[in-house]
Design a protein around this ligand. Structure first.
Ligand code: SPD
Length: 352
């Protein structure tokens, strides 16, 4: 090698090594303990390019566009479509020795969407419910609140609450599933015409809603600027942890359960490093740190022993027996119904 080239190559080496040891992770907002990412980088020398999304639609678009994502976090009901369209790689279980810590019941639930759990590792899960700032909401409502989705879906009730702030998740599957269940029906077994009527009902509620957003509501709940929000459990519990008198309620009519999963997209550039990242998160102590910070139940059965006792027994974090009976998993929709859902939701979100 010419003498002058050697120092140049040496100078380039760190850059080359860095370019090789990088993974791109795409996760839900507020869904990791940031220190865990730093520790992973320090421990392995692999840099993490970490980005977040706040709706299932954003993730679906990124995966459909073939973005070079190494680890993504879809919910269980999105898996059948992602798998059948070839968007996910099968996992190499040999590279995931910590997989043994996973909760077997969750694995069997996810297996209904991902046969033999070939593509997905349960990460965090939980219930959808209502985050209620009780003093504010009771004042606006004029008395004790029913433990019911009527707070949201009954136009007269949500109108009363609108003065202290009502918000809805930007989550069509969750919203339509709980609305139809409240009406005694099932989203996955509804006709497209029924879904359109649900869209009309939602449109009539629109004036009572401050906004439809799955990220902004976290800061607003934490700051006491909303009194009733449709919420994912951890986001509601975080508002209580921030000192607000916010309760997380799973209404009497029942609600949906989601299981979010770590997957390796077909478009991943570094499936080898993605497996290392997933296995790192599967260590029970790491999984416990993530649950302690996000306040979402862990997919890792052995993480529970590493949670503080107060957290282990915190009402609402891991649903009790009675609540579990009222929860049903989100269902994947048949293709045609999925199209109608998207149309109904786009019109509702745009206020049409
Ligand atoms: N803070 C965002 C938490 C995301 C929770 N999972 C959403 C599941 C959507 N089906």
């Amino acid at each position: 090698m010419p003498r002058l080239l050697a120092p140049l190559l040496l100078a380039l080496l760190p850059t080359l090594a860095q370019a090789e040891d990088l993974i791109r992770v795409y996760n839900w907002n507020d869904y990791i303990a940031p220190q865990v990412l730093k520790d992973f980088e320090q421990h392995t020398g692999i840099r993490v390019d970490y980005r977040t999304f706040s709706s299932a639609e954003e993730l679906e678009q990124a995966l459909a566009g073939g973005e070079p994502i190494d680890v993504a976090v879809p919910s269980h009901n999105a898996l059948p479509r992602l798998i059948s369209s070839g968007r996910l790689q099968p996992l190499d279980f040999k590279l995931l020795p910590n997989r043994k810590h996973l909760d077997k019941q969750l694995l069997s639930k996810v297996a209904a969407s991902d046969p033999n759990n070939r593509h997905a590792v349960p990460y965090l899960w939980g219930a959808v419910g209502l985050a209620v700032n009780t003093p504010q909401a009771e004042k606006a409502f004029g008395g004790p609140l029913p433990q019911s989705w009527s707070l949201l879906f009954d136009p007269e009730q949500s109108a009363r609450l609108s003065q202290c702030g009502v918000s809805l998740l930007d989550a069509p599957d969750e919203t339509l599933a709980v609305l139809l269940n409240y009406q005694g029906r099932s989203l996955a077994r509804s006709a497209p015409s029924r879904l359109k009527r649900s869209g009309d009902l939602l449109a009539a509620l629109r004036p009572n809603l401050r906004y439809i957003d799955s990220q902004r509501y976290i800061a607003d709940l934490n700051a006491g600027k909303l009194c009733v929000a449709m919420a994912w459990v951890g986001d509601a519990l975080n508002a209580a942890a921030a000192g607000q008198p916010v309760n997380f309620m799973v209404p009497q009519e029942g609600s949906v359960l989601f299981i979010d999963n770590l997957v390796i997209p077909a478009s991943a550039h570094r499936a080898d490093l993605a497996h290392r990242f997933i296995d790192y998160l599967l260590q029970p102590q790491i999984a416990a740190r993530i649950t302690s910070e996000t306040l979402y139940p862990s997919g890792n059965a052995d993480a529970r022993q590493y949670l503080d006792e107060a957290l282990r027994n915190q009402p609402g974090l891991y649903p009790d027996k009675d609540t579990k009976r009222r929860l049903f998993p989100l269902e994947a929709l048949p293709e045609k119904l999925g199209v109608t859902r998207d149309q109904v939701w786009a019109a509702f979100r745009a206020g049409k």
